[in-house]
Design a binder for this molecule. Sequence first.
Ligand code: ZN
Length: 71
Amino acid sequence: MKFNYMLPRIEQMRRCKDGREHYYVPTNHIEATIGYVAVRFRCKYCNELATAFLDMEQYKINEKLLNNYGG
Ligand SMILES: [Zn+2]
């Protein structure tokens, strides 16, 4: 399952070096700060990292999914 939709639009528009769309999956790097949660994603194809900043509400909605895929 792709998590691209959680990333900022600018990250979604970027491509792997070979021109494919990145296939972002969450890592276990999740950092909560005041007001938002930073979640690090990694492209399954090219290992590129991208960070999504979710507000608490978005995070709660996606928490289970992220924890199941993290690691
Ligand atoms: Zn990629």
